[in-house]
Design a protein around this ligand. Structure first.
Ligand code: BEZ
Length: 204
């Protein structure tokens, strides 16, 4: 599992981007984007989650980071990236659907980045296959300045903790409002009925 002080691996992501030179209904083309393109000489937040369109990610994590973008910028963060083990078509559609304005999507469809940093888990219990564990990283020139990794890293997890990598918790850490890494609220998703169980909100 990736640790503070280590450099993220060199990976190339396959993205779909708009290309106005292409005529017709589908003016998109493939573009390779590397970790160097995304992270070099920048201070960025990268958050990763188990899947596009999943409830916690769509309802809280993605819009939360998107809404707090200017606060992150004021705190010295240049970019916020959302990574999932999904292909670029899915990530682009999710961003459109969620009306994302600021966060940039990283499609790690083959899971190369997620595997290389030791964050891949088997989610076969949900029919997901191999996906990313939920986490966020504060990266400075590609080096991990801080890691916000949800507890209980395991294959086929019975729940899906969400607290450490909550946008406000990450922002509080960066601004120094909580000098000790906050535990956040551990919001867990009841995977049996797929409903967010707010009774499971833990203490800070
Ligand atoms: C969620 O983010 O809500 C979620 C993640 C993985 C499996 C099911 C739901």
């Amino acid at each position: 599992m990736i640790e503070v002080g280590t450099k993220v691996p060199d990976i190339t992501f396959k993205t779909r981007v708009r290309d106005e030179s292409i005529e017709g209904d589908n003016p998109f083309t493939w573009q390779d984007v590397t970790t160097a393109d995304l992270f070099s000489e920048k201070r960025v937040v990268l958050f990763a989650l188990p899947g596009a369109f999943t409830p916690t990610c769509s309802t809280f994590q993605l819009p939360g980071f998107d809404d707090l973008y200017s606060d992150f910028q004021n705190a010295g963060v240049d970019e916020i990236y959302c990574l999932s083990v999904n292909d670029s078509f899915v990530m682009n559609k999710w961003a459109d659907w969620a009306k994302v304005r600021n966060v940039k999507m990283i499609p790690d469809g083959s899971g190369l980045f997620t595997s290389a940093i030791g964050m891949m888990v088997d989610k076969d219990n949900l029919g997901f296959g191999f996906r990313s564990w939920r986490y966020a990283l504060l990266l400075n020139d590609g080096i991990v300045e801080q890691a916000f990794i949800e507890p209980g890293f395991t294959d086929n997890a019975e729940d899906d903790p969400y607290g450490e990598s909550d946008p406000a918790a990450v922002l509080n850490y960066i601004t120094g409002e909580s000098p000790v890494k906050p535990k956040g609220k551990q919001l867990t998703l009841d995977l049996e009925d797929g409903i967010m169980n707010k009774d499971k909100l833990g203490a800070n």
